[in-house]
Design a protein around this ligand. Structure first.
Ligand code: GLA
Length: 668
């Protein structure tokens, strides 16, 4: 992790787009930034046509003046390469660099992000503008960080992509025999006898080959990474002392494996746009923030964008209640972000996002949102002392982007399987009882955790199977949901009974999947029910803890627990406990099962109502407790020390009004 050059403490600011405004407005902007305590702004993210109005003719004068103004005011620049939106002249000159959908439609210029990341002309133009910026601004005193591109997330299926896909596949499989085996091409006469026959998964007659589709997702993430790497190399050569980042987007549409990318960023930076304006916004923010910490390898990271004062809720931009903007920011800070940045500084007067919120709204600075921005700017420096690491979690949730992608295929036994929903549900169950969660790569050393939750981990490599076995043999507790470990990394079924890779560990043998149609439920013996999915679970060492109570599975185990002793770790340890859940449990039963697993693993819960967010950070004999009350009721949170938000001494407990926050510094 490397920090923006010349910046101490936490980052505060947003995207600043001087190209959209006359210069007198820039001066007002910079004065207002100083008033608000802004110390970092992202500049030039979509300014390519403004920087290079014709091929090879650069107009840097305006950016020179904008950066000089920032520097005079002591504000640092997170300077972007503008490659997410090539200018119209580029698309006209290089029609082969426009993206092609899976159905073969070539898209036209008219929005943003309309390029093919594998097209040689695009890549060359992107390198040129990045190199020109690096050359021009290497010595500029405002330059603190490079912001490469914007939210890598486009897709393409053109012939350039087909060529790059074949190249990537040759690297992965060496020869066609390997590819044919991994893709199961004996099925439906798909056997390949020449590389030129291999294509990206384009629109086809019926179900596409799921293994091909999965590899394409892997390839495309890697391909975008190659494009990032080319720019990053140029920037690093010019300015070895300036960190390079890109802003990660998150959601079903984002085709990258963030964890694989993160090692190539000097600082992991994420954009956080929760969907929904109720408490789910805070849950999603907490989820993404914990995920960002995982991508960052446990090191600090940066919240680079969030919307100031609004939340998107099913087509409407809902205004946040006073104070909520700060609370959402603190949700990220509690989990390792070293700042709160926004999209954007000033709301645009024109363009496709002219109604997107800004810290300076259309009405100007005499507004609620700007007043809240100023308050946040005053609060953040008081929180800078919180140790940049130090988020200690006893529980982890398995994260695996390829499993997410694999469960998006259309050929599965149910079309309602959803990796992300499963992982979110597990995270929410912990969040509601104030248990901080890490996300983890299951192939890593898990021995630091008391409990590991594994929802929807459809694919499992032998390495994952081995690491999970070592963890449980060493005394770890594991809670696995249905459809985990079922397939190998290509998506081929692990034969001999489900859940393949984890079968022995869980002490069960699933002989049959019994998915349920929409609306159907299967009753459980103690009053709850399952939906979406059920299974015929045969015990092979495990004991049942919940039973199906109706339908063909009546009387058979639905949830099991296995005291695993296999293998041994040479430390005389008795082995851990491995739970298995074979259906999608109703809310109360789900909470009860997670609660029982937490208790068995010795993980203490917060004992506060759901909606109170509690995160403890510890380092060097000190601790900081973030307590955020997202509920409508006052709460009392046990703590001792000094509240950095109010400055008050806390003797026993901090009392939080609805919506209030505290960060209590205490001893160890
Ligand atoms: C993303 C982008 C921004 C902007 C915002 C708001 O995070 O990076 O350019 O489009 O969303 O929609």
């Amino acid at each position: 992790m490397r920090w923006p050059k010349g910046l101490a403490g936490l980052c505060f600011g947003g995207d600043w787009n001087p190209e959209q405004w006359p210069e007198p407005v820039w001066r007002q902007d910079v004065a207002l930034m100083r008033q608000a305590g802004v110390n970092l702004v992202s500049v030039g993210v979509f300014a390519w046509s403004w920087l290079e109005p014709e091929p090879g003719r650069y107009t840097f004068g305006w950016l020179d003046r904008a950066l000089d103004l920032l520097h005079e005011a002591g504000i640092r620049a997170n300077l972007a390469t503008p490659t997410a939106s090539p200018p119209p002249w580029f698309s006209l000159a290089h029609p082969d660099a426009l993206p092609v959908t899976a159905s073969g439609v070539r898209l036209s210029h008219g929005s943003r992000d309309t390029y093919c990341a594998a097209a040689p002309a695009y890549r060359a133009a992107a390198r040129r503008i990045a190199a020109a910026l690096a050359h021009r601004y290497a010595g500029h005193p405002a330059l603190a960080m490079w912001h490469v591109h914007n939210e890598y997330g486009t897709r393409c299926h053109c012939d350039h992509v087909a060529a790059a896909f074949r190249h990537w596949l040759r690297g992965r499989y060496r020869n066609l025999a390997g590819l044919n085996a991994a893709w199961g091409t004996a099925f439906w006469s798909q056997h390949y006898s020449g590389w030129e026959q291999v294509l990206p998964p384009r629109a086809t007659q019926y179900r596409p080959n799921p293994h091909q589709a999965l590899d394409f997702r892997r390839f495309w993430s890697d391909q975008l990474l190659v494009a990032f790497r080319e720019q990053a190399r140029l920037l690093r050569e010019a300015t070895p002392d300036v960190p390079v980042t890109t802003n990660f987007a998150f959601g079903d549409w984002v085709p990258i494996d963030h964890r694989r990318w993160a090692g190539e960023l000097d600082l992991v930076a994420v954009d956080s746009y929760p969907a929904g304006s109720g408490i789910e916004a805070e849950q999603q923010a907490a989820f993404l923030a914990d995920l960002a910490r995982h991508w960052a390898g446990g090191r600090p990271w940066l919240l680079l964008e969030q919307a100031p004062g609004t939340l998107a809720d099913r087509g409407a931009q809902v205004a946040t209640a006073p104070g909520r903007m700060a609370r959402l920011t603190l949700t990220h800070l509690a989990r390792g972000s070293r700042g709160g940045m926004f999209f954007q500084w000033r709301a645009s007067a024109a363009g496709a996002e002219q109604f997107h919120a800004g810290l300076v709204p259309h009405a100007g600075p005499d507004s609620r949102i700007f007043a809240e921005a100023r308050e946040l700017g005053r609060l953040l420096p008081r929180l800078a002392e919180v140790d940049p690491g130090g988020v200690a979690a006893e529980v982890a949730i398995g994260w695996d982007a390829p499993s997410w992608w694999a469960l998006q295929q259309p050929h599965l036994p149910s079309d309602r399987l959803d990796f992300l929903a499963g992982v979110r549900r597990a995270h929410r169950a912990l969040w509601e009882v104030q248990v901080t969660a890490d996300f983890a790569d299951l192939a890593a050393d898990l021995s630091g955790y008391r409990l590991v939750l594994v929802p929807g981990h459809y694919l499992a490599t032998d390495r994952v199977a081995g690491a999970v076995r070592r963890y449980v043999t060493g005394g770890g507790h594991l809670l696995v949901w249905y459809l985990s470990g079922v397939a190998d990394e290509s998506g081929r079924i692990r034969l001999g009974g489900y859940p393949g890779a984890f079968r022995e560990l869980l002490g069960v043998l699933v002989t049959e999947f019994q998915p349920l149609p929409p609306e159907a439920t299967v009753p459980l013996r103690d009053g709850g029910h399952g939906r979406l999915w059920s299974e015929q679970v045969r015990l092979a060492g495990a004991e049942p803890v919940r039973w199906y109570a109706g339908g063909g599975l009546a009387g058979q185990p639905a949830v099991t627990r296995h005291r695993y002793r296999g293998g041994g770790n040479g430390r005389g340890n008795g082995g851990g406990l491995a739970w298995y859940v074979s259906t999608e449990l109703d809310r109360d039963t789900y909470r009860a099962v997670v609660g029982a697993a937490l208790a068995a693993a010795g993980v203490a819960t917060g004992g506060l109502p759901p909606g109170v967010d509690l995160v403890r950070r510890r380092a060097g004999g000190q601790s900081w407790t973030f307590a955020l009350n997202h509920t409508g009721d006052p709460v009392r949170v046990p703590a001792r020390g000094v509240d950095l938000v109010s400055g008050a001494r806390i003797d026993e407990a901090v009392r939080l009004a609805p919506g209030a926050v505290a960060v209590v510094r205490g001893a160890g």
